[in-house]
Ligand binder design. Structure first.
Ligand code: SAM
Ligand code: SF4
Ligand code: SF4
Length: 352
């Protein structure tokens, strides 16, 4: 009798746990892409991975047992599926909040298209609270929330936002993502310090780019964070990917679906009071490039006054879509590695 492990057949995946056999149909083997398969890949699997491995830096890693790693993963997938398909649980692996579209830098290839946004926007504290409340009300757990922008330290309400989101038990880990051009205020440091078991700072390592040498305060910021006992993380060898211009590709339906289903982007993005599938969809909304039909669920409207049942229903509908209109505008084509944070010249425009 097999105690632990997995076995795959053409139509099923079988999990063994303590001698018990759990048999699940392989969504992709049913013939065509189904919405349940999309949901499983982008959300359930990702959620388990994040819970077990933590974020990039392994923070809040829950799986310490390397020997039974595969078995623990398999068991967690079974649990996650049961919780979703029977108990209607919605666990969100990763969500990012665009706190402002203002920035101190103008990077070519910015994945959030910040230099291309002319009418700048800053999220108010009320909007932020509404978004946090709606997410928490409609879901069971949110593994990681990223507070970014633009440059999040340009939002004067950042300390209050950190306190508000960290207080909410449904949010497990919070990262402030900064380009290290601005100092952390005392108010911000004490807000983070109060919740330092779940709030950390991710410093994008642009020191590789010599043209930014005089703009970056990385060393000083790291010293201050250390003095305050605040966790932080920096990639030693940060890699960026080229973004080709965002324009309509007019792909046939099947290709748009294919693009979405094979897409590696698993982090939803909140702009204004809308939860978008990715920054490209947000950018399309800002540019008004196509009609965003609210009932069509291109994004979810986050309204904390809606009932938990309605919000949950909207999240499920959104996550089960087999493509988004934005996927026909997706500039993630080249994946060519480039120097991070190369700056645009004053007169140079970026992406429309
Ligand atoms: C859009 S930035 C916003 C936060 C902040 N302004 C910063 O640069 O850290 C969020 C993250 O996306 C990363 N990023 C931006 N453009 C990228 C690209 N073309 N390829 C890979 N990562 C990118 C940045 O390094 C940063 O860690
Ligand atoms: S990647 Fe560059 S332009 Fe984009 S938000 Fe960060 S610092 Fe600003
Ligand atoms: S627009 Fe591109 S990155 Fe966004 S979901 Fe579609 S395929 Fe993925």
């Amino acid at each position: 009798m097999k105690l632990f492990g997995t076995k795959e057949t053409d139509t099923h995946k079988i999990y063994y746990f303590c001698g018990i056999k759990f048999k699940f149909a392989q969504w992709h083997s049913i013939g065509s892409v189904t919405s349940d398969y999309v949901f499983l890949e982008r959300n359930l699997r990702e959620n388990v991975k994040m819970r077990m491995n933590g974020w990039w830096d392994g923070y809040r890693k829950q799986c310490l047992n390397e020997y039974f790693r595969e078995e623990i993963y398999a068991w967690n997938i079974v649990k996650e599926k049961f919780n979703h398909f029977f108990l209607r649980n919605i666990n969100i692996p990763q969500v990012e909040f665009v706190l402002t579209t203002k920035c101190t830098l103008r990077c070519k290839n910015c994945s959030n298209f910040i230099p291309a946004i002319k009418d700048k926007y800053t999220m108010s504290l009320d909007e932020f609270k509404n978004n946090v409340d709606a997410l928490a009300k409609g879901s069971n757990e949110i593994q990681t929330a990223l507070l970014l922008g633009g440059e999040p330290l340009l939002n004067k309400d950042l300390p209050a936002m950190v306190s508000y989101i960290a207080k909410n038990r449904k949010f497990k880990t919070i990262y402030i993502v900064t380009n290290a051009t601005l100092d952390f205020s005392e108010e911000l440091l004490s807000a983070i310090k109060e919740y330092k078991d779940k709030v950390r700072v991710y410093i994008s390592n642009y020191s590789i780019n010599k043209e930014l040498e005089n703009r970056l305060k990385t060393k000083h910021i790291v010293e201050v964070l250390d003095q305050n006992g605040i966790g932080h993380y920096t990639f030693d060898d940060l890699k960026w990917h080229e973004m080709s211009p965002c324009k309509k590709l007019n792909m046939p339906y099947e290709n748009v679906v294919q693009r979405f289903v094979t897409c590696q982007a698993k982090c939803v993005q909140i702009y204004n009071k809308h939860m978008h599938i990715c920054p490209i969809s947000t950018f399309c909304e800002i540019k008004k490039w196509f009609d965003f039909d609210e009932n069509g669920q291109e994004y979810v409207c986050l309204d904390s006054k809606l009932s938990a049942k309605t919000l949950k229903k909207n999240f499920i509908k959104f996550y089960k879509r087999d493509y988004f209109q934005a996927c026909d505008w997706c500039p993630k084509t080249t994946y060519r590695e480039i120097t991070p944070a190369e700056q645009l010249k004053e007169e140079e425009a970026y992406n429309g």
